[in-house]
Design a protein around this ligand. Structure first.
Ligand code: NDP
Length: 355
């Protein structure tokens, strides 16, 4: 165990983690970010590592993104950048919205530029004390810190079909608000899987897009879990068709994009085709909190509880939470980044009070 006691350790490397690091580094907290390695939980760069274009992150309109990204991000990390989308040009220049990995590499770079130290390991267990918190790394070390910012995010649940895996980002998504307006889905009939509030919200969002075709909402039972008001919204929407007692058996396509779902009745196992250009899975999220082993207070779904209104404090003094790990409601990159900033400011103020 190192005897050094860090001021701030940040766990997680999505928008919350990097924003916390930028603010903490600029406040001279000399932060260390544990970036994560384990799939599917602690993904380096978080959930955005699975996304293509991010069209709703304020400050990043479509443009010649690649030129900027390559000029900003250290050359030794260019290998990690996905190819720029083809066929998106304006005035002879590439013209597209920043891709998830590009956005995260930019945030990481910004954190590095201010002196953040980054370690490519996970935190696998914690021992939160009153003043000093001990964290065990996946490499077997124990590190200590006065403040800890937990920004390990949540992961979208998927159906678990091999065909679903084959078509992720090619017509399968777990976020309609993020991806629904992308050209690959535009004007096509689409399916949303799930019967909770999220599924109805996603279906309604898609059904309200300009030029939307029919949105099929696939419910595995004969009733929805969603609240009554949300159910009514789905049932009364002219563009939404609710398919009761229906599950997806196989996602099908031409290898490049989804063009059909083979769906199965949960009543009699009969199967039929549902021609769609995309499938949005909205069957809940799982917060990445198992490594905490209950060390901070969580809600019934395992999300960390913020214990002060409009603050990122947790039930443990000196431990703060930011991003989707503490937010089962908004779950957007920009809201995560916002709470990452808040957590760093909360940590800074806590340390100032200690001193
Ligand atoms: P929920 O857990 O509420 O709903 C998950 C849905 O997915 C259920 O209908 C469930 O079916 C279905 N499901 C789960 N696994 C499968 C599967 N393998 N195949 C098919 N269907 C499956 O998750 P949500 O993300 O919808 O909501 C999470 C929380 O966020 C809730 O508290 C919700 O109220 C809240 N929320 C509120 C919103 C609002 O107020 N505007 C918007 C979005 C979320 P079954 O019912 O049969 O188990």
């Amino acid at each position: 165990m190192s005897n050094e006691i860090e001021k701030t350790i940040i766990i997680g490397s999505g928008p919350a983690g990097w924003s916390a690091a930028i603010y903490a580094a600029r406040a001279n907290l000399n932060p260390v970010v544990y970036e994560g390695t384990v799939k599917p939980e602690m993904i380096p760069l978080g959930q955005l590592a699975f996304t293509t274009e991010v069209e709703n992150y304020a400050g990043f309109p479509a443009g010649n993104v690649r030129a900027f990204v390559e000029s900003a991000v250290d050359k030794d990390r260019h290998w990690n950048l996905p190819p720029a989308p083809q066929g998106h040009e304006k005035d002879g220049q590439p013209h597209y919205a920043v891709q998830g990995v590009e956005l995260m590499e930019l945030m990481k770079q910004q954190a590095l530029n201010f002196g953040t130290r980054v370690i490519g390991e996970d935190i696998v267990s914690v021992d939160f004390g009153s003043d000093v918190h001990k964290l065990t790394t996946s490499g077997g070390d124990t590190v200590q810190a006065k403040t800890v910012i937990i920004a390990t995010g949540a992961r979208a649940n998927y159906l678990g079909l091999p065909s679903e895996e084959d078509y992720k980002n090619k017509g399968v998504s777990a976020c309609a608000v993020c991806d629904g307006a992308l050209p690959i889905y535009r004007g096509k009939p689409l399916a949303v899987v799930g019967g909770g509030d999220s599924a109805v919200e996603e279906a309604t969002y898609l059904a309200n897009l300009k030029g939307a075709a029919t949105i099929s909402l696939l419910i595995r039972r004969d009733e929805m879990r969603a609240s009554k008001v949300m159910q009514d919204r789905a049932l009364n929407h002219p563009n939404i068709e609710v398919l009761w007692n229906t599950v997806v058996d196989e996602v099908q396509g031409d290898g490049k994009l989804v063009n059909n779902l083979r769906v199965k009745s949960t009543l009699d196992d009969s199967v039929r085709d549902l021609p769609v250009g995309g499938m949005f899975v909205a069957i809940g999220h799982t917060p990445n909190t198992s490594f905490l082993d209950g060390a901070v207070e969580m809600n019934e779904s395992g999300y960390i509880r913020w214990t002060k209104a409009f603050r990122t404090h947790t039930s443990v003094t000196g431990v703060f939470a930011a991003g989707d790990v503490a937010d089962d409601y908004y779950r957007q990159a920009i809201t995560s980044a916002g709470t990452g900033c808040m957590a760093a400011l909360d940590a800074e103020r806590y340390l100032a009070e200690l001193e």
